[in-house]
Write a protein that binds this ligand. Structure first.
Ligand code: XMP
Length: 526
């Protein structure tokens, strides 16, 4: 395992990705992590970049024990500067802030062969990606320059005796030609990690890990939504403990068309998972009555979800007792992914709330259950790969994300059963056409929203005065930023979709396409 300490750089995730791509397992932890509390022994440590300057009052500092761990260290950007400061060198704001391409020239050190190992096999001059306002102005005692650029005399340094390397540029971004080669040199050659981490090995290890945590009499409960994360988590848990896993699907009345029945069929009938559907549509819609504020809607749905889920858990527990089973529900399964984990452990504290995302975190407070999160080390595309290995249908593996508050945040204004039905039918036609025309995989997320306004139209010589459907389709890698999906053929397809929706969905006489990118718009309308 390689330990990556995160100082808050936007690229920290990427370092993790790249190293896993090399078949080496690594963990990203906040830079405040104390070495003494680490639950594993790393074979190497990487210090990430950061938005801070090392000379800022509140600049994040690494645990000095890192430098006594007896393993190779690679400091990237801020990591280099932090290491330099720690060992007594100097860092200053540069005259020319450097963002973008730069060409670095290597300096060989035949007298210290370990110093050349980081750039082993690379050309003597390579194109790299820089993004910094500070730079090293004097190397720390014991360190020597191993590469420079036109403006950065200390673009890379190495300790004369120890395997401590620092580089000013970012090897993890694709703009750095040979960046992956450099990371391979560090992780495989210098740290001597084995390249053996694959998704298949993950499945076996994770099932073993679950079995070692969950006792032979213990039961696990988990909410499923029909999305890829909760389905993969459920499938893995079922594989590990069979019928001692209980899946609960809460029908909140704002799911997609036929969703509950489909999910029940897929998880229950096809996968053989113990699944219960809690039909709470009336309860949810009742509580949403008259509510138009988006945040209010999210809160109501989140809280109601917790109550319904808890009631369902109590029922399952009761049934267990009645059938004389000795066990009890001890764990709550959650399909939390790595980016969620990282966001919540970041040393910077939670970022400003744009929208309260609905999750089941609140469940733990009352239920006295322990959390179990088999996907907490994985990225989304790794979860998809895992889904494939576990035999999930392509259709499910590639499913677009769907928000917890469902159609309630896609019906703008008050959420009524009738409004939900209109949005649901329009969305169903939209997604059906997207799939039929081969666009589903190219689009990251698509849906139909129902606007709370009426517009005038004409149908068969008659004036109409009906509502408007807004179609959204975006392309994105991480859902933090997104571009609208657009092409000439796609617009022709939208034309057909629009006429299908207006013809088939009662109450709609106009369809618009949302052409706003994120930011400044968000992906959902509410
Ligand atoms: P926004 O609208 O913030 O959405 O650009 C980004 C991604 O998050 C999804 N989303 C949610 N997912 N609970 C969820 O589980 C929520 O409350 C929620 N709100 C937005 C949204 O669909 C998109 O994929």
């Amino acid at each position: 395992t390689v330990l990556i300490l995160d100082f808050g750089s936007q690229y920290s995730h990427l370092i993790t990705r790249r190293i896993r791509e090399l078949g080496v397992y690594c963990e990203l932890l906040p830079c405040t992590q104390k070495m003494a509390d680490l639950h594993f022994k790393p074979k190497g440590i990487i210090l990430s970049g950061s938005p801070y300057s090392v000379y800022d009052q509140d600049a994040p500092r690494v645990d000095p024990a890192v430098f006594d761990a007896g393993v190779p260290i690679l400091g990237i950007c801020y990591g280099l500067q932090e290491m330099t400061t720690f060992f007594g060198g100097k860092v200053d704001a540069c005259d020319h802030r450097e963002y973008g391409h730069a060409s670095v020239s290597m300096i060989k050190h035949p007298e210290h062969p370990h110093m050349d190992r980081l750039f082993n096999g690379l050309a003597s001059e390579v194109e790299v990606w820089m993004s910094h306002g500070d730079q090293v102005s004097a190397a720390a005692p014991g360190f020597q320059v191993i590469a420079h650029t036109r403006t950065a005399p200390f673009a890379a340094v190495c300790h004369e005796e120890k395997p401590f390397y620092g580089i000013q540029f970012h090897p993890e971004v694709t703009h750095t030609v040979d960046g992956q080669h450099l990371l391979r040199n560090f992780v495989i050659e210098i740290c001597q990690c084995e390249s053996s981490w694959t998704m298949e090995s993950f499945v076996d290890k994770e099932i073993e890990r679950i079995r070692s945590i969950v006792g032979p009499e213990d039961h696990v409960i988990g909410a499923v939504s029909g999305g890829v994360d909760s389905t993969v988590a459920a499938r893995l848990m079922h594989e590990a403990i069979g019928n001692r896993f209980h899946a609960v699907l809460v029908d909140n009345g704002v799911m997609r068309l036929n969703e509950c029945a489909n999910v029940k069929k897929m998880l229950g009938d096809k996968m053989g998972i113990n699944i219960k559907v809690a039909d709470a549509a009336d309860l949810f819609l009742g509580r949403l009555k008259g509510v138009t504020d988006p945040e209010q809607k999210r809160k109501i749905i989140g809280n109601t979800f917790i109550h319904v889920f808890e009631d369902e858990a109590a029922l399952i527990e009761k049934e267990l007792k009645e059938t004389n089973a000795t066990g009890a529900i001890k764990y709550l399964l959650q399909g939390t992914l790595y980016p969620d984990v990282i966001e919540s452990i970041s040393f910077k504290g939670p970022s400003a709330t744009i929208k309260t995302h609905h999750n089941v975190g609140g469940l733990l407070e009352d239920m006295k259950l322990k959390l179990i999160e088999p996907l907490r080390e994985l990225f989304k595309d790794e979860v998809r790969a895992l889904g494939k290995i576990l035999g999930l249908d392509d259709e499910l593996v590639w499913r677009h994300p769907f928000p917890g508050p469902g159609i309630a945040i896609r019906v703008l204004g008050e959420v009524t059963r009738e409004q939900v039905e209109i949005a649901r039918l329009a969305d169903n036609i939209y997604i059906e056409e997207i799939k039929k025309n081969g666009y589903y995989r190219q689009i990251s997320q698509a849906y139909a929203a129902l606007l709370p306004v009426k517009a005038v139209g004409v149908m068969g010589d008659k004036r109409t005065y009906e509502q408007v459907i807004a179609l959204r389709a975006v392309e994105t890698k991480d859902f933090m930023t997104a571009d609208i999906f657009a092409s000439a053929e796609w617009f022709l397809c939208l034309k057909r979709i629009s006429s299908r929706i207006i013809n088939e969905v009662k109450g709609v006489n106009r369809v618009v396409y949302d052409i706003s990118s994120k930011p400044p718009a968000t992906i959902e309308w509410e």
